[in-house]
Design a protein around this ligand. Structure first.
Ligand code: HEC
Length: 91
């Protein structure tokens, strides 16, 4: 009985560690994916869901900062994603 219990505990520990490792590795992949995306990509993927894609020439750099802040909440972007898109649109 005693050895069985110990085996059970080891089994639980191993699966716990496995689950933690899975999430840790998964988390890395997700952040790498976002980091790999360029401003153009993020702009193309996020800014045409509700209206036509705004051309970079439509607004001045200062105006893009403000549009970026408004559309970040609309498009539910992270700060990083907004920065990249605004950086691209300002060019
Ligand atoms: C969830 C829907 C949604 C998404 C996603 C979205 N927008 Fe918008 N956008 C709107 C709505 C609604 C308006 C019009 C109302 C307003 O101006 O507040 C608007 C207006 C605008 C305007 C002003 C247009 C004008 O002629 O005055 C610009 C520029 C703009 N969006 C850029 C963007 C950019 C850049 C992105 C990507 C980061 C984006 N939008 C993503 C909903 C969205």
């Amino acid at each position: 009985m005693k050895t069985l219990n110990q085996k059970n505990i080891i089994g639980i520990l191993v699966s716990l560690i496995g689950t933690l490792l899975f999430f840790a590795i998964n988390g890395c992949f997700v952040s790498k994916k976002v980091a790999a995306k360029s401003g153009v990509q993020l702009w193309a993927e996020n800014c045409q869901r509700c209206h036509n894609m705004p051309s970079p020439a439509t607004f001045s750099p200062d105006q893009w900062e403000i549009v970026g802040m408004h559309m970040q909440t609309r498009a539910q972007l992270t700060d990083k994603e907004r920065e990249k898109i605004v950086e691209f649109l300002k060019q």
